[in-house]
Design a protein around this ligand. Structure first.
Ligand code: GAR
Length: 201
């Protein structure tokens, strides 16, 4: 059987993309075929090229707020790479229900909270403000509703008394780099039940 083809969409530094790409070697059933960004200046583009993965930007700002035209351009580049799976990895645009519907069950996202808690932005700050004792990250299927698709895996950490927004961001990100590749491997093998990881290491 041929390898599953994986595209990664990002907007930022691409550390999750790098973890995913580095995991797809050897007996892994998938291979990276494209890294795509909505921002030409995203650090993840250079990082992908350094890893030998084709990297393309579709500059959202060039479409002057016309989401339909932006998504059509994104879809064209994506479809040329013929991915079987799409991984959102710090992709900071909300995709329209129509766009998402075309990838139903084949698009994953990583989110820096224990969903269903803290959908959306500023998750680390909101955990601290709520005085919560646990935090983490979630990989889920992307559906039309933001950060609400079926959960495929979560990594949980304890919030420490001296944690700040920055320390939580760093500790959660380190867990993302373990969780996302683990979930991708399972999905590529046809396993969809939730994977639960506990603790910092
Ligand atoms: C990660 O923490 C990811 O969970 C978050 O952006 C960061 C990207 O870092 N994604 C979201 O907040 C999506 N709503 P990276 O570019 O280094 O992978």
């Amino acid at each position: 059987m041929s390898d599953l083809r994986v595209a990664v969409l990002l907007s930022g530094s691409g550390s999750n993309m790098e973890a995913l790409v580095r995991s797809m070697t050897g007996d892994h059933p998938a291979r990276p075929v494209l890294v795509l960004s909505d921002r030409p200046e995203a650090g993840g583009l250079g990082r992908a090229r350094a890893l030998g993965v084709p990297a393309v930007a579709v500059d959202r700002l060039a479409f002057g707020g016309d989401r339909g035209r932006f998504e059509a351009a994104l879809a064209e580049v994506l479809e040329q790479a013929r991915p079987d799976l799409v991984c959102l990895a710090g992709f900071m645009r909300v995709l329209s229900p129509d766009f998402v519907a075309g990838w139903a069950g084949r698009m994953l996202n990583i989110h820096p909270s224990l969903l269903p808690r803290h959908r959306g932005l500023h998750t680390h700050r909101r955990v601290l403000e709520a005085g919560e004792r646990e935090h983490g990250c979630t990989v889920h299927e992307v559906t039309a509703e933001l950060d609400a698709g079926p959960i495929l895996g979560q990594a949980r950490i304890d919030v420490r008394p001296d944690d700040t927004e920055d320390s939580l961001a760093a500790r959660v990100l380190a867990r993302e780099h373990v969780l996302y590749p683990a979930v991708l491997r399972r999905v590529a093998q046809g396993v969809r039940g939730p994977l639960l990881l506990d603790g910092d290491d």
